[in-house]
Design a protein around this ligand. Structure first.
Ligand code: NAD
Length: 470
């Protein structure tokens, strides 16, 4: 049964829909038409697809915090959403106030969307993390209240690949050391042990988004590329996949890591792996700080086995910018590492470019718009990933049902009983832990049917949330 609160909300939404000016359909006062106004508006994503109806509170309200990129603001404005943009994050009490009646929120890393905050979100359909990480959001609780979370894991792949390419050349030419020397007044023009990268072999561990971009750049520099990955991946250009890590280590002049942080990749390169590498080879890591055993790397450099290293990530990293924070208290080996020659150290900036920020804005805003307008959850980090192809413009009287529910036996039977008076054109359902998500397009539905379907679905026992798009 719908709770008294839900019935009250629905009645209030009828009243609001009838009195809102500027809201499509708000002129009608019939209960059915008013109910239609409570549904999300179809907003065309492309000319071929249908648009959605607005929520009862007017257009979809989205709050963007922490200077989310302009590209995202433009996309949301184009969708016709009510967009509020704030430069900074918000203290918890203000966030709690704001989150009460918005449908979507866009954040970066500083805004903490904890269970305490999310408990106050009554209409929140979706959260966009305009960054890579999502640990600032309580993902499980968000899923429990039927809120999908999206991020942008791959928009900065090119930026990382370019940094690594630059570092390969820099290590080969000892650029970091020459630059530090000259900054301190020392002229040291040397060519011994400085190399061109043309004709050398680059070994890429992890041939995913970043590794494969790098492969193309390295070949353009005239390098041979080998890669090792736990899955078989088609090579780009003339790169070659090798079947063991050892083979890659034995044959490469430069070894670079582009793997995720997993139990298997912890200390992936340690003393035995450095021993297996060519004498005078180089090591690079812009993946995760746990992937390289740094004390073992220090020993390999001291033994002249490894001729240099470029590191962008560390087991422990300072929480904020500032002088003096990269020290032995953070990682016990820091002072030993910084005293070695030909070591390029960067503060986790692999993906930090203007282009990446702009691409993140587009990627996350597009994912949020697609979820709001069509229910497509592909790419969500906390939610079952479900997608249905868009409705055609000529598909009259077709309603898309988005039904988020607890993952327990028998729910689909109940739901399909409710939908069975209509033609179910297509449906798709998936689960992720305790949460399941059903998308269904049903045709031959008239306006009064919609209210009935909504009421019946609303009364189902394991419902978390429902949206009907028409
Ligand atoms: N420095 C930065 O600023 C920055 C920016 C973006 C991403 N990253 C990090 O870079 C890494 C790679 O990112 P991506 O976008 O290319 O990831 P991805 O998921 O596209 O690719 C990772 C690849 O590693 C492979 N892999 C997984 N485990 C492996 C193992 N044990 N041995 C060999 N291969 C293995 C996977 O099969 C996959 O092909 C991630 O750790 C990511 O967090 C860092």
């Amino acid at each position: 049964m719908a709770s008294p609160q839900e019935i009250d909300n629905l009645q209030k939404s009828f009243q609001r829909a009838a009195t809102l000016s500027g809201s499509p359909g708000a002129v009608s006062t019939s209960p059915t038409q008013s109910f239609m106004n409570t549904l999300p508006r179809r907003i065309s994503v492309s000319k071929q697809t249908k648009a959605l109806k607005p929520f009862s509170t007017g257009d979809i309200k989205i709050l963007l915090l922490e200077n989310v990129n302009q590209t995202a603001i433009e996309i949301f404005n184009e969708q016709g959403y009510q967009v509020e943009v704030l430069k900074g994050s918000l203290p918890e009490d203000e966030l709690i106030e704001k989150i009460k009646d918005i449908h979507a929120i866009g954040i970066r890393s500083k805004t903490k969307l904890t269970e305490k905050v999310l408990r106050h979100a009554k209409n929140l359909v979706v959260i966009g993390c305009f960054c890579i990480g999502t640990n600032q959001v309580d993902l499980d609780y968000a899923a429990k209240i039927g809120t999908a979370v999206f991020n942008s894991p791959f928009s900065n792949s090119r930026s990382v690949a370019e940094l690594i390419m630059a570092e390969i050349v820099s290590l080969a030419r000892q650029l970091g050391d020459r630059s530090i020397e000259l900054h301190t007044g020392t002229w040291n023009k040397v060519s011994a042990k400085c190399w061109e990268v043309r004709g050398k072999t680059l070994g890429i561990i992890g041939y995913g988004h970043i590794g494969s971009q790098l492969s193309v750049l390295a070949e353009a520099f005239g390098m041979h590329v080998l890669y090792y990955d736990i899955v078989t991946i088609m090579a780009l250009g003339t790169a070659k996949q090798v079947s063991t890590l050892d083979e890659l280590l034995n044959k490469s002049d430069f070894v670079t890591c582009h793997v995720p942080e997993t139990a298997e990749t912890k200390n992936l390169l340690s003393a035995p792996q450095f021993a297996a590498m060519k004498d005078g080879s180089y090591v690079l890591n812009a993946s995760r700080g746990t992937v390289i055993d740094i004390p073992a790397l220090i020993q390999a450099i001291k033994a002249n086995k490894i001729a240099g290293a470029a590191l962008d990530v560390y087991p422990n990293e300072p929480g904020k910018n500032g002088a003096g924070s990269f020290n032995d208290d953070l990682n016990s080996w820091t002072s030993e590492l910084v005293s070695l020659p030909n070591i390029i150290l960067t503060p986790h900036i692999g993906g930090s470019t203007e282009e990446a920020q702009s691409a993140i804005g587009i990627e996350v805003a597009a994912a949020l718009s697609k979820y709001i307008n069509e229910g497509n959850s592909v790419g969500s980090v906390n939610f079952p990933e479900v997608s249905l192809r868009s409705l055609d413009l000529d598909q009259e009287n077709t309603v898309r049902v988005l039904y988020i529910h607890h993952n327990v036996p028998g729910v689909l039977k109940t739901v399909n009983n409710i939908l069975s008076n209509h033609n179910i054109e297509k449906q798709f359902s998936d689960s992720n832990g305790d949460i399941a998500y059903l998308m269904a397009d049903i045709s031959s539905v008239n306006q009064s049917d919609i209210k009935e379907i909504y009421d019946q679905l609303n009364e189902t026992e394991y419902k978390i949330s429902i949206r009907l798009l028409y």
